[in-house]
Structures are given as structure tokens and as C-alpha cells.
Design a protein around this ligand. Sequence first.
Ligand code: KG4
Ligand code: ZN
Length: 327
Amino acid sequence: MLTVGIETSCDETSVAIVKDGTKILSNVVNSSLQFHKKYGGIVPEIASRKQLEMIAPAADLAIKEAKINLKDIDLISATSKPGLPGSLLVGLSFAKALNLSLDIPLLGVDHVHSHIYANFLMGNKIKLPVIALVVSGGHTSLFYLKDFDKIETLGKTQDDACGEAFDKVAKIMKLGYPGGPLIEELAKKGDNKSIKFNCSYAKSPLDFSFSGIKTAVLYAVRDKQLTLREKRNIAASFQGSVINTLVNKTLLACRMKKSKRLLIGGGVASNERLRESFYKAARGHGINCYFPAKNLCMDNAAMVAGLGYQLFKKGIRSNLDLFTQLN
Ligand code: KG4
Ligand code: ZN
């Protein structure tokens, strides 16, 4: 069964063809990032206008790379929430047009849940239930996944998302945008124990808070002429504290749910230091820890197609009032 996935929740315009929910035949990802860089963050109006230009060529390319014909597609799966409304509207309108013209089923899927699903595109046989952590630019959430349609939220951020904290700290340190990879690079030669940053406080033990640490970094750099060494130490200490908090809370969730399987997803999950820390901690507790490949950590339509296929198999369908219904 062939599913076309459509992802337009933020700055990416992505279209993928996935066979039977797991085999990626094509995964075209176009980003409008270069047009946002000078503003230091995503400008929604620019994102949706670029998506309008890019969606049809991306679909053509996805079909060509998959070596299929449009009429071979059996199912349409598009991100329906959460995301920038104008951007979601572009992808959903395209999905609805396909639904009408091809007369095949349409499904709207949750973007955050699809980040978890990226792990199922790696060829591993992963048994459910699992604990899942999604760390992206817009979300930081812990889930207990009993099945693809039975996902319990155990905790989430009370303020900034984890990736957002990386982006804001990079902005404070005048590194550029997006901040995650820039902080990671700077932190490589830094001492992560040189400064005590704390981001462990949150009302519930499985919730997160990243706005305090961002302010702490601001105080550490404000009105100072920092040497390269000091900058590296700040980046490493910030990154280290964020990773420690993510690891500790996620392992607590594993203990609470007696789970020995853990999936991580979202843009921040491409951070090498974070991956190493999770693998090490999970191994120490006899937990099997999975990550998607780095390109599948970032926003992409293959994960949307895969999750849509699983939900379709469970009898879930959407209709043409998708956007108004879910937002
Ligand atoms: O999942 P994603 O592509 O988009 C959202 O759904 O938000 O994640 C983008 C986020 C950005 O905040 C970016 O700074 C962060 O992921 N990110 C990283 C790294 N690469 C991307 N954060 C830390 N380390 C990285 N290597
Ligand atoms: Zn995302």
C-alpha cells in the first residue's frame, strides 16, 4: 500500500511516498530557512508563501523519485496539527485537492506524534508499549505509547520548548539561527562543568521548564567581552544541563511505567552529545533506546506518511473539514 505524506507545519515543505508504513520510496524536504535567517526566527507569512510555491514541485519530485504514478497512491496523510496555521493550510489544502481528484482516503496526523513514528522507519522491530520523548523547536513532551492511536502525555514543557531554548541561547550569544547545531559545535571544546546552570525545576517531575536557564545564560553573557574559551564553556554547560534534565526525567518516566523501551525524536534528537548521553544512561538501566537517523529527526513527510498508514489500518479517517475540526 502506498501512502503520500505531506508535511508543512513550520518552515519545511515535504512530500514523501512510503510503502506499507515503513519503506521510504522518496522523502523530498525543502526548507525556506534561508529566507528567515536574517530575522532570527521563522516568519509565518514567509513560510506559508514559500510553501505555496514549493508544494506542487515537491509532490512531482516525490512521485518521480519513488518511480510511481500518481494513480498508484492509495492513501493521503497530512500534518493537521500543531503548527503555523497558514503553513498547515497549504499542506492540508493540497491534501484535500488530492483526496477529491484521486478519490482515495485522507488522514490528518499530529506532527508531534509523527516525530515518534520516525523511529519505525529505521527497519527495527520495536514492540509497543514504549516511552517516547519528543524534543523539537516547538515541543518537548514525554509520552507513553500503548499503540499508535493510544498515546498518553506524561509531561511537557511549561514554557519554552527545548529547541527553542537552544535557539534563544544562540541568539543571546549572537551565534545565528537555528541555534541547536551552532551551540553543539561551540560546546565541543567547552567544559560542561565550568558553570552551574539549572533547568530541573518544574511543578510536576515529568514536566519541563527551559525559560529559567535561558535567562541564566543571558546574565552570564550580558555586558561582558567573552573570550572564545568562556563562550565554549557557557555553550557546553548550557547543553549539558539541558541534556541531564532530559535524560533524568525520561528515565524516571521509564521507571514509573516499568518500560524497557525508549524512543526519542524531533530536531534536537540529532544532537550527538544528547544521543550519546541517552544511549549510555539507557544501557545502565537495561533500557533499549532508539533514535531515528538525523535526517528523520528533522521535519519530514515520511514520518507523516508512516503514522497515517498505521492510523488508517486502525480504521481512522478524516474528511474535508479537517482544518476547522482540529484547530
Ligand atoms: O523538529 P524540528 O525540525 O522542528 C520542529 O518541529 O520544531 O526541530 C527544529 C529544532 C530547532 O530548534 C533547532 O535548533 C533544533 O531542532 N536542533 C538542534 C540540533 N539540530 C537542530 N538542537 C540541538 N542540537 C542540534 N544538533
Ligand atoms: Zn517537528
